[in-house]
Design a protein around this ligand. Structure first.
Ligand SMILES: Cc1cc2nc3c(=O)[nH]c(=O)nc-3n(C[C@H](O)[C@H](O)[C@H](O)COP(=O)(O)OP(=O)(O)OC[C@H]3O[C@@H](n4cnc5c(N)ncnc54)[C@H](O)[C@@H]3O)c2cc1C
Length: 289
């Protein structure tokens, strides 16, 4: 099918973009990498009146360290994030996860901001920024807001961003000494969206896990933190924390949605298996010289 008719605008500045968003609101869609938007237009799942192409806005580009935080601009392409020395050094969780995002052609155009704004429940980057306790910065004519990742993902493709707001950047705390990151997902083929997955960030010393943040994706309507599981793991040596206790906590934390890739029970089982693998890997990585 072909996309429905739409107007196309390519503003040269952030202010002009925010003005257009204020004018058109729900009738407008931001065009970033177009890797998700264009297929939905072609399938007529979305029929916006106006496409606002943000690709010329310099203020949305780049990856840098500023005030002790890593700033990833909304327009940073997946491939830039994947090859960034800053990300490799300060955000090993993102560096490990990014090769799982789609394939080379999609990563060459798709953007970090587009992935976070879209909030696909099986996408890797939303889970990573949740695990890392990052913040999402949105801007609009009514002002700029910084939203904790914990509060950003609301439901299926639903976020705290209002229709007249643009996602401008994500601010991520660099990994501190003594912390480890582990990313794992199960998908039918490498590069496919995940059937189940976990992004994990924790402080680990002598096999004891503290301050773990486990973000589950692929199984729920949105990425979710395993809050009860995180609480029972805190201060415990792994793997001495019993499997039954961890499994019971996951039964409370997760409420998977079935789809063509698995029933709710299958997805819950896969997340439990992945949890054990992720925690084993976290302890091993902390021990590695
Ligand atoms: C074959 C294929 C496989 C894929 N596999 C994966 C995968 O395994 N994992 C994964 O995570 N993704 C996958 N993707 C999606 C890909 O990562 C997209 O690049 C990403 O989801 C959206 O980024 P984009 O820049 O292309 O956004 P676009 O397609 O341009 O936009 C997506 C949505 O976000 C909105 N948007 C974009 N940027 C902003 C902004 N700055 N502010 C506000 N709203 C904005 C748009 O209006 C639109 O609604 C796949 C895509 C394809 C085509």
């Amino acid at each position: 099918m072909k996309a429905p008719r739409f107007h196309y605008v390519r503003p040269e500045s952030l202010d002009a973009t925010l003005g257009l968003l204020a004018e058109y609101g729900e009738d407008a869609r931001i065009l970033a990498g177009g890797q998700s938007l264009m297929p939905t237009l072609n399938m007529r799942l979305s029929q916006p009146k106006v496409l606002i192409d943000i690709n010329r806005i310099e203020a949305l580009k780049g990856i840098a360290v500023h005030d002790g935080m890593v700033r990833i601009g909304a327009l940073a392409r997946h491939v830039e994030v994947m090859n960034s020395p800053i990300v490799a050094e300060a955000l090993p969780l993102i560096a490990e996860a990014m090769p799982h995002v789609a394939h080379v052609a999609v990563r060459n155009r798709g953007t970090f901001g587009g992935s976070i704004a879209l909030a696909d429940p099986s996408a890797e980057m939303p889970a990573c920024i949740l695990a890392l306790g990052a913040s999402v910065v949105v801007d609009g004519v009514r002002g700029r807001r910084t939203i904790a990742a914990d509060d950003f993902f609301i439901g299926l493709y639903e976020t705290a961003r209002e229709p007249d707001e643009l996602l401008v950047e994500v601010l991520l705390p660099p990994q501190k000494p003594g912390h480890v990151s582990v990313f794992m997902e199960l998908s039918r083929r490498h590069g496919d969206f995940a059937i189940a997955g976990i992004a994990c960030h924790a402080r680990v010393a002598g096999g004891v896990i503290n301050d773990a943040r486990l973000a589950y994706f692929g199984s729920e309507a949105k990425p979710v933190l395993g809050t009860r599981t995180m609480a029972i793991l805190n201060g415990k040596a792994w793997p001495t924390a019993s499997n039954e206790v961890v499994n019971a906590a996951l039964d409370e934390d997760l409420d998977p949605i079935g789809n063509t890739f698995g029933s709710p029970a299958t997805k819950l089982h896969l997340q439990k298996v992945l949890t054990r693998r992720v925690l084993d890997a976290a302890v091993q990585r902390a021990r590695a010289p």
